[in-house]
Design a protein around this ligand. Structure first.
Ligand SMILES: [Zn+2]
Length: 301
């Protein structure tokens, strides 16, 4: 099966270099505010796509259980160190284009700063729709190509690509910016209803971040976030979308091994063999090591 290329953070010190030492306190705090405004207060099971080292995970504690998904195992190991091994967290290394979950499993999903690594964004969003229950909530953040800086640069002739077209722009390999209308179209076509849109990072400018105290920038950004309902010209946009249809309210299985399907042949349930999960249909086995389910490649027996 061929799937689009994946941006792999294996072995990356992204959490430290970008978030902790990279002067991103403003972005981190404005994201916390947006998530609070968009997330359901509580729920049973949330899927965090592109969880990385778990920076946002403590913001989802209203949910009974949280599945942290990332392509990079080392990012998940960092998340384990930060959050601890508990029944509340389920760590899954998997490819977003081949999600290993039974359909309709989750009542919520988040994808923050992750879509911008997707070469085939609609395909990834379709996978999310499949694993969300009807009525489930999806919080999506995307990088916006129609941002003020890009518009000004384009109009001054200092940038070749147009921010006004719907096509995603790949400005660095496997880093994409999207047009808000394109994202809305994809979500609508997949059967989502968009309920809220917030714009973030109105003041993502080096000189402002240096001279204005972060708390003041965060305060004004939090006010301006609501203007996302009318226009979106900031580099970062948050959308709250709901999967159409009524909720099923099935009981969740207590054993997380029953959450999964085979990412290769879609068969479920998989047989729990402690160190691995086995597909009784295609006979592939998927590793479970140190509390991390690994669905990237089958284990060779
Ligand atoms: Zn299989």
């Amino acid at each position: 099966m061929t799937t689009p290329p994946v941006c792999n953070y294996e072995g990356s010190d992204y959490q430290t270099s970008f978030w902790e030492k990279g002067g991103r306190e403003y972005e981190d705090r404005t994201e916390a505010i947006a998530l609070k405004r968009l997330l359901p207060k509580s729920g049973r099971l949330l899927l965090e796509l592109g969880a990385g080292a778990g920076r946002n995970t403590p913001r989802y504690l209203g949910f009974d259980r949280i599945v942290l998904l990332d392509y990079s195992r080392t990012q998940l190991e960092q998340a384990q160190q930060r959050l601890g091994k508990s029944d509340k967290y389920i760590y899954v290394a998997a490819d977003v284009y081949r999600l290993p979950f039974v359909p309709g499993l989750f009542d919520a999903a988040t994808m923050i700063r992750t879509l911008h690594h997707m070469a085939d964004a609609p395909k990834a969003l379709g996978q999310v729709k499949n694993v969300l229950d009807a009525g489930g909530v999806f919080i999506l953040e995307f990088a916006n190509k129609l941002n003020l800086k890009a518009i000004v640069r384009y109009l001054l002739g200092r940038q070749k690509w147009s921010p006004f077209t719907l096509k995603p722009v790949e400005f660095v390999k496997l880093n994409f910016d999207f047009h808000p209308k394109a994202v809305r179209n994809w979500l609508n076509d997949l059967g989502f209803t968009i309920e809220k849109t917030l714009t973030l990072s109105h003041f993502r400018m080096g000189f402002l971040k240096r001279i204005v105290p972060t708390s003041i920038l965060v305060f004004f950004d939090s006010l301006f976030q609501w203007t996302g309902a009318w226009w979106q010209f900031t580099p970062s946009v948050f959308v709250r979308a709901k999967a159409k249809g009524g909720r099923r309210k099935d009981e969740l299985p207590a054993n997380p091994s029953l959450f999964f399907k085979c990412p290769d042949c879609s068969h479920s349930p998989l047989i729990d063999k402690k160190d691995y999960l086995e597909c009784s249909n295609c006979h592939k086995t998927w590793g479970v090591r140190d509390g991390i389910f690994d669905f990237r490649e089958p284990v060779i027996n």
